[in-house]
Write a protein that binds this ligand. Structure first.
Ligand SMILES: [Zn+2]
Length: 325
């Protein structure tokens, strides 16, 4: 029920109805809507201009985010250090170790290759800090791959070192008799006068003078392939197969200390000096074969000679004398 308002008209001395005009009512409604908007707008401007008031949770999250960025920065610095150390190892690997074992250096591109093909970092995209996280993850991945490549290289070198160790232990490298003052070199490899016929003949080994019974040593690791007197001229003789194409031969022995088929180590006593076979006096005739050819044993004493001693032995072995055969 709407209220009807009256006013007192003093001219007519009667109450009259107040007629409300429709237009005015609309105006009031419009005005109130407008003022609400205005108030809202002013409040918004104020809100946007005063410093944000954070909730405690927002504050905590913000601190955690800052801390995370800081930690990523530190991680990147640590990765720089690891990278430097690894670069140093890689450099030594290529230029010292691999060179020493005659393995090809590993190219830089192969060591530092990333991961091609599909985008491995897709799920890390779309965040404010995506680039930081993607870059860090990428570096870590490359670093990991570099370490795997380096590790494989070392495995390969360990194999090669073992092989080289075997080679070094096997190839003849010492003198076959004790010869501390080097007085025992009687005759070297080359043209020498034959003690029996007195004509020049090629002497394919080195003669070491020594009293009968002097111990004879294996000059490298290997397997005894012969210990008999069925080879013309050598008398009782021993042959050791050292592998890698090398065989050593010890002639004119008085007695054997090994049998055919036996494995020996460098320095083992294999027999004793004698004068059996075509021999003028007790001595050891020593030969080295490389791939069936007899080569000069002078180059195979480095294991227990100083450079000065080597010069002396070289000089003695080159003397144009008579061999003991
Ligand atoms: Zn000889």
């Amino acid at each position: 029920m709407s209220k009807v308002k009256y006013y007192y008209d003093s001219e007519t001395l009667s109450y009259k109805k107040i007629e409300r005009r429709k237009g005015r009512r609309l105006g009031i409604v419009m005005l109130s809507i407008l003022s609400s908007f205005l108030a809202g707008f002013i409040l918004l401007v104020i809100y946007l201009n005063i410093p944000q008031i954070e909730t405690p949770k927002e504050k905590t999250l913000k601190r955690e985010l800052q801390n995370m960025k800081l930690q990523y920065g530190l991680l990147n610095k640590k990765m720089n250090q690891v990278q430097d150390v690894l670069a140093n190892i890689e450099d030594r690997d290529n230029n010292i170790y691999r060179l020493y074992f005659e393995a090809n250096p590993i190219p830089e591109e192969q060591r530092k290759a990333g991961f091609g093909g599909i985008n491995r970092y897709k799920e890390l995209e779309g965040f404010d800090n995506s680039s930081l996280i993607i870059e860090t993850t990428k570096r870590m991945d490359i670093l990991t791959k570099q370490i795997v490549v380096q590790s494989r290289s070392l495995d390969e070198l360990a194999e090669l070192a073992k092989e080289k160790g075997n080679l070094l232990a096997s190839v003849p490298a010492i003198q076959p008799v004790k010869n501390e003052d080097l007085r025992r070199i009687a005759s070297g490899y080359g043209w020498r006068t034959d003690p029996f016929t007195k004509v020049k003949k090629f002497h394919y080994g080195m003669d070491f003078t020594a009293p009968r019974g002097t111990p004879v040593y294996a000059t490298g690791d290997g397997r005894v392939t012969r210990a008999d007197n069925r080879s013309t001229g050598y008398g009782n003789h021993i042959r050791i197969d050292h592998g890698y194409g090398y065989t050593s031969l010890y002639g004119h022995l008085y007695k054997y200390n090994v049998r055919r088929g036996q494995t020996v180590k460098r320095g083992d006593v294999i027999g004793f000096v004698g004068s059996t076979g075509r021999s003028e006096a007790p001595h050891l005739h020593y030969e080295i074969f490389k791939d069936e050819d007899r080569i000069n044993p002078i180059n195979f004493y480095y294991g227990n000679l100083s450079p000065e001693e080597f010069d002396e032995i070289l000089e003695k072995a080159q003397q144009e004398n008579q061999s003991l055969d």
